[in-house]
Design a protein around this ligand. Structure first.
Ligand code: SF4
Length: 459
């Protein structure tokens, strides 16, 4: 077992017995489920909308090379600079060079999973650059020294009392402050940071090639301030975020809002097509878009798992997953947790190190059922398992067990030989080590179906 798998198991062991964590998660996910139900009412033909989005995303991913080049050409015409980063190091090197060139001392950031992926905050802190998260959930997590717990609601594992304690500890607010009072404190603190920051860094929800723009959706207005106050705006975005055209936004924006938070539409939807133009009154003087691969091409090369690149990061599959709800987001030790994280992480960060995530699933299919992009998540987990085994990552005794099992199953005489106690002994001998540590072993019935059939119909 790898060290990552070991840590995962230890963490999962601990959190799956944490009743208080489960109470908070059930409460927050329960609220989410109620609002999503209401959000879906805006659709008369939800399945059709989902299918159309999936089709458009299929088109985008199938023509990724063409669309990315088109995007670069169009946004460059309005003065933005596009940088292609093959991996995390190249992305960080570009950010470092921009920050050094403009002599940046402080950065404001709007929630972006790609910046989590490259561990940007730690990198900036090492450069002695102050970095402030401006999304409220991320701000809470940053104060508390934790990464996001969930891809849409970073502080989902905290109750309002927990948040009040974090603010009290770090900002000296009264410990019994209400969420409204805490929001006002955060807003006050952040306003100052926007005006002082040299650089604003955001991710993007969509890349639009025909317009040459990136789309950022958010509910707090913080991303708009992050983009427009500082003199430099850097966008760090994964290459898979492309959709074919801005004409597709009417499909994607409501779908993302409905499945992400249960809203009909997210409050602020901004299309950024370049830095401030001559006739414009605000906006950054310089805009850099970093198109980051960081393992996405490896996923694109997989005929079956490629479908995972259609993900719009709504978080619905996390909220539906019984494993995620039991062990929580931190156990995964990855940027993307839950079912989608378990599918993509072995491709983005290495099968050997992260293959265990594809096995940490009951394959109930709930994730596939809720996914607005109709990604066959539970099937993709099985494909990952297959690939992991093909790459030689398997337990030899389990492989031997399956060999014996297959031989026995294909031979009626062998199957009928020996009673249930002999079969139970064999099952225990072959599989106890790999299956029986955390759950009870299968018990074979005293009489096989074949015997019962014979007794009933053949006397
Ligand atoms: S896989 Fe589907 S449900 Fe999960 S985050 Fe992506 S789009 Fe949402």
């Amino acid at each position: 077992m790898t060290a990552t798998a070991d840590t995962f198991l230890n963490y999962a062991h601990k959190t799956s017995a944490d009743k208080e964590l489960h109470r908070k998660l059930n409460h927050n996910i329960g609220k989410y489920s109620d609002t999503v139900k209401k959000g879906k009412l805006q659709y008369t033909e939800l399945e059709l909308a989902k299918q159309r989005c999936k089709n458009q995303k299929w088109k985008a991913i199938a023509n990724l090379d063409k669309y990315l080049v088109e995007f670069e050409a169009n946004i460059s015409r309005r003065g933005a600079r596009v940088v292609w980063a093959e991996n995390k190091d190249e992305a960080l090197a570009e950010i470092e060079s921009v920050l050094k060139r403009v002599n940046a001392r402080s950065v404001v950031k709007s929630k972006s999973m790609t910046t989590e992926e490259v561990h940007l905050n730690e990198f900036l802190e090492k450069m002695n650059v102050e970095v402030v998260e401006t999304d409220l959930g991320e701000y809470i997590q940053q104060l508390d020294g934790e990464p996001p717990f969930h891809i849409v609601t970073p502080a989902m594992h905290k109750s309002k009392e927990d948040v009040a304690r974090v603010f009290h500890h770090h900002l000296g607010t009264p410990v019994d402050s209400t969420p409204e009072e805490l929001t006002m404190v955060a807003r006050e603190n952040l306003r100052q940071k926007y005006t002082q920051a040299d650089v604003g860094i955001t991710g993007a929800n969509f890349i639009i090639p025909d317009l040459g723009g990136v789309v950022v959706t958010e509910n707090e207005g913080n991303a708009r301030l992050t983009i427009s106050f500082p003199k430099v705006h850097i966008v760090l975005v994964g290459i898979e975020k492309v959709i074919p055209s801005y004409n597709d936004l009417h499909l994607f924006l409501p779908l993302l809002a409905t499945f992400g938070t249960g809203q009909q539409l997210t409050v602020y939807n901004t299309i950024i097509t370049g830095p401030r133009q001559e006739n414009e009154v605000d906006g950054p003087e310089e805009m850099i878009v970093i198109l980051m691969d960081n393992g996405r091409s490896a996923l694109l090369a997989e005929a079956e798992q490629r479908e995972a690149l259609y993900c719009i990061r709504c978080g619905a599959c996390l909220n539906a997953c019984p494993i995620y709800k039991n062990i929580g987001g931190f156990a995964y030790e990855t940027t993307y947790s839950g079912p989608i994280g378990s599918v993509i992480t072995p491709h983005l960060r290495g099968m050997e190190k992260f293959r265990h995530l594809s096995f940490a699933s009951s394959l109930c299919g709930n994730c596939t059922e809720v996914c607005p992009m109709k990604i066959n998540l539970h099937n993709l987990l099985v494909f990952n398992r297959r690939d992991s085994v093909k790459q030689g990552n398997f337990n030899r005794s389990e492989k031997f067990g399956w060999f014996v099992w297959k031989r026995a199953m294909l031979n009626r005489w062998v199957m009928n030989t020996g009673g249930d106690s002999m079969k139970n002994f064999m099952l225990s001998f072959l599989f106890k080590k790999s299956w029986g540590t955390h759950h009870s072993m299968i018990k074979v019935a005293p009489k096989s179906f074949n015997q019962l059939w014979k007794e009933k119909y053949q006397g």
